[in-house]
Design a protein around this ligand. Structure first.
Ligand code: FES
Ligand code: FES
Length: 148
C-alpha cells in the first residue's frame, strides 16, 4: 500500500511500486483527465504537477512520488495560476480534438508559476508537449494572455 497526496486528498493505493503514476491516476483512481499518449515520455499528454513542476507521469514509478503533492487537471483551477491558464485557454478556444490539452494546461501552469512573465524563448522552451492538431500558435497566445 502506497500513500499519495493528490489534489489535496490522501489516497491509499494498492499497486506495484514500479507502476507508472499515470496508470494509478487513470486506472486505480479514475482521474481520467490525464491522458495516455506515447507511454515513453515524448508527447506530454500525461503531464501532471509534482510539487508544482510539470512532470510526465508515464515516466514516474509510484515509488518515486513519495510525499510530493500531485496535481492533476481535475484540480488545476483551484490554483490561481491554473485558473488563469484555463480562462485563457477557453477564451482563445485553443483545443481542437482536445486530447493533448490537459497536458498542455499543466505545462503552461508550471511555466507561469515559475516564470510569471515568460519570454518567447521561455514559452518555446517550456511548451514542448506535442499536439497532433497543430494548436501551437494558439497555445503560445494563451500562455501570453494568461501571463498578461
Ligand atoms: S504518455 Fe507520457 S509523455 Fe506521452
Ligand atoms: S488538440 Fe488535438 S492533439 Fe492537441
Amino acid at each position: 500500500m502506497v500513500q499519495l497526496s493528490i489534489n489535496g486528498r490522501q489516497y491509499d493505493v494498492d499497486a506495484e511500486s514500479d507502476t507508472p503514476l499515470l496508470f494509478v491516476l487513470r486506472d486505480s483512481l479514475g482521474l481520467n483527465g490525464t491522458k495516455y499518449g506515447c507511454g515513453i515520455g515524448q508527447c506530454g499528454a500525461c503531464t501532471v504537477l509534482l510539487d508544482g513542476q510539470a512532470t510526465r507521469s508515464c515516466q514516474i514509478p509510484l515509488e518515486s512520488v513519495g510525499t510530493q503533492a500531485v496535481t492533476t487537471i481535475e484540480a488545476i483551477e483551484q490554483d490561481p495560476v491554473g485558473a488563469r491558464v484555463v480562462t485563457a485557454w477557453v477564451g482563445i478556444e485553443v483545443p481542437q480534438c482536445g486530447y493533448c490539452q490537459s497536458g498542455q494546461v499543466m505545462a503552461a501552469t508550471s511555466l507561469l508559476k515559475q516564470t510569471p512573465k515568460p519570454s518567447e524563448d521561455d514559452i518555446a522552451g517550456a511548451m514542448t508537449n506535442l499536439c497532433r492538431c497543430g494548436t501551437y500558435n494558439a497555445i503560445a497566445a494563451a500562455v501570453r494572455q494568461a501571463a498578461a
